[in-house]
Design a protein around this ligand. Structure first.
Ligand code: IMP
Ligand code: MG
Length: 197
């Protein structure tokens, strides 16, 4: 229904396509994503070998698919946790982040890896890293599938990165636009959406 709505909107818009053209344009193919997730999993498994259990912390909602694929490819002992944050939309403080759902388990004494879908301004990953460091983990590192390097407002030390992308709004593989397109197997661009958040 949602897709149909969008298709209809475009049909009524002069110069826009019909239903078949309403899919986001491929930016990173399913094959390229899978190959890169394989590489990241190999690297992470090597880096944490013989260090005990790794706690993977998926940032909801966007990271759920990336986390699922990455976690299943690791060869080291691992557990899964989730955390949710949201950006203050109308705040006078630019880039302020709010914790919406906390971890259920303690990470004290454990190695923690934040798994994010996308790093845009960098505020979310910076907030999470600083917050988790206060909980006495053995270490906190971060992993993101994509990054919009030219949008950075704070310097973020990502330990693992899938792809750098230009300043465009992307959907698919967990990422959404107004909750749409999260389950696309590839990362695509909605050509009429401006990346302005
Ligand atoms: P940051 O705090 O500005 O780095 O924003 C990170 C969050 O913004 C991500 O976790 C996403 O939820 C959201 N976001 C930023 N850019 C995009 C995009 O292109 N597509 C979908 N979500 C995005
Ligand atoms: Mg996210």
């Amino acid at each position: 229904m949602v897709l149909l709505d969008r298709a209809l909107t475009r049909c009524q818009d002069p110069g826009r396509g019909v239903v078949a053209e309403s899919q986001p344009k491929v930016l990173i193919s399913e094959r390229d994503i899978q190959r890169r997730v394989d590489e990241l999993a190999t690297q992470i498994s090597q880096d944490y070998a013989d260090q005990g259990e790794l706690v993977l912390i998926g940032v909801l909602k966007g990271a759920f698919i990336f986390l699922a694929d990455l976690a299943r490819r690791l060869t080291i002992p691992r557990t899964i946790e989730f955390i949710a944050v949201s950006s203050y939309q109308n705040s006078r403080v630019s880039g302020a982040v709010r914790l919406v759902m906390d971890l259920r388990a303690s990470i004290a004494g454990k190695h923690a890896l934040i798994v994010e879908d996308i790093v845009d301004t960098g505020h979310t990953i910076e907030y999470l890293t600083e917050m988790l460091k206060t909980r006495s983990p053995a270490s906190v590192r971060s992993c993101a599938l994509v990054r919009k390097a030219e949008r950075a407002q704070v310097e973020v030390d990502l330990d693992y990165l899938g792809f750098d992308i230009p300043d465009v709004w992307v959907v698919g593989y967990g990422l959404d636009y107004a909750e749409r397109d999260r389950t696309l197997p590839y990362i695509g661009v909605l050509e009429d959406v401006e990346a302005d958040t």
